[in-house]
Design a protein around this ligand. Sequence first.
Ligand code: GTP
Ligand code: MG
Length: 186
Amino acid sequence: NLKPVNVKLVLLGEAAVGKSSLVLRFVNNDFQENKEPTIGAAFLTQKCRLEDKVIKFEIWDTAGQERFHSLAPMYYRNAQAAVVVYDVTKAASLDKAKSWVKELQRQANPNIVIALAGNKIDLVQPAEESEEDPAENGREGGRQVPTEEAKAYALEAGLLFFETSAKNGDGVRDIFVEIAKKIPLE
Ligand code: GTP
Ligand code: MG
């Protein structure tokens, strides 16, 4: 009986932070270790059922490589929601996320709901029930962006904030559910 409300959502962020992987987890509940970089952008849809409404996300997954930056306005121009992604093991990716937020706040729809997602937390969390040494889980640097630092920035900039792992699914659905809750019923 609930007619889906269409919500155009755009993902932005530095190359290789895991934008496509977050979408793949949300839409197909799947993960690929060696996902190819996005060229231009990819389009996918996924419904999200809440108590009082059904949201159909129309997702534009943009390419993070710098040569595609100029295409981004086409995808965020009419977006009602944006997910700006960084990699918690790469400090520079938060700087890039901040510059996307600034661009969105200047150029996008003034009512756009923006979420900040710090991805790849599986790389900085000791695996429970595992003998594996967390320092040897394949990444040299470990965490480069403290949770509190990113959270404080998100609060100050008026963003929803999440830490996620596209690899194990942690926090991924929450991004979309919390955005869905903030979208006004038409
Ligand atoms: P562009 O399309 O080039 O902008 O990159 P992207 O942001 O879409 O990144 P993508 O999803 O292609 O992921 C880049 C690499 O990181 C891939 O090899 C993924 O398998 C890996 N990756 C993505 N998310 C995670 C995660 O949560 N944890 C771990 N460990 N690896 C991840
Ligand atoms: Mg991609």
